[in-house]
Ligand binder design. Sequence first.
Ligand SMILES: Nc1ncnc2c1ncn2[C@@H]1O[C@H](COP(=O)(O)OP(=O)(O)OP(=O)(O)O)[C@@H](O)[C@H]1O
Ligand SMILES: [Mg+2]
Length: 235
Amino acid sequence: MPTIVFVSPKGGAGKTTSALALATQIAQRAAVVVIDGDPNHPIKTWAEGGEVPQNMTIISDVTDKTIGDTIADAATKAPFVIVDLEGTAATIVAYAIAEADFVVVPTQGSQLDAEQASRAFGLIRAHERGIQKHKPDYKLPYAVLFTRTAAAIQSRDTRHIRKSFEAGGIPFFETELNERAAFKAMFSYRQPLETLPRDEVSNVDKAIENAEAFAREVISRIMQDAPQQQEKVAS
Ligand SMILES: Nc1ncnc2c1ncn2[C@@H]1O[C@H](COP(=O)(O)OP(=O)(O)OP(=O)(O)O)[C@@H](O)[C@H]1O
Ligand SMILES: [Mg+2]
C-alpha cells in the first residue's frame, strides 16, 4: 500500500512511460511492485533488459478476472504498488480502479486529448458512486498528469487546459512529464533513466529531475489526499 493506478482510456497518453518513470524513482526509496496489466506487456518487455532495480518486482499475465486479487495481494507485500493498463475502457480498468488508493490520469497537453481524459473521470466517478451507497463521504483521490509537454515553456494550449481544469475542480499535477528523448530511451535501451548512456541520450539528468519531481508530488498528494496512507508512506 498505497496502490497507484494509471488510467487513460485513450491510447498513447503516456501511461506506461510515466508509470515506469515513477516506479523507478520510487524504487530508490522503497520496494515497489509494478503490475503490467497491458496484454502487450510493455513493462515486462522493458524488464527483459535485465536492469530492473533490486527493489522492483514486475507482475504481468493478469486478466480482468485476476487483477483485483493480484493488486490486493501485492499491496500486502510491498509499500508501493503501481498498475499500468492498456488504453481502453475494458473491464480490467474498472477492476483495477476498485483497488486503487490513487489514480493518475496521464494526458497529452492538447484540448482533444484533455477531453478524452474525461472518460477516465467517468470511470472514477462510477466507482465512487458504488462505494458512496454505504460510505457517502468516499472519494477516490486522483490527478491528471500532463505528458509530453515542452520543457522550455508552457504552451498556450496547456495553460488553457490547466485553467479550465482549475475552474472545473479537476485536480492536476503541478509537475508535467516533459517530452524528453530519455523517457523514450528507457524502452529502447530497456534500462531505468539512471543507467542510460549519457553520451548517447541527451539530457538524461533533466529527465531524472523531472521524474523525481513527479514522484515527490505523487507521494505528497497521497499523504494529503489519503490520510490513512500517511503512516505507511512515511515509514
Ligand atoms: N515524456 C515523454 N517523452 C517522450 N516520449 C514520450 C513521453 N511519454 C510518452 N512518450 C512516447 O509516446 C508514446 C506513447 O507513450 P506510452 O506508451 O507511455 O503511452 P500509453 O498511454 O501507455 O499508451 P497505450 O495506451 O498504448 O498503452 C510512446 O512512443 C512513448 O515513447
Ligand atoms: Mg501503455
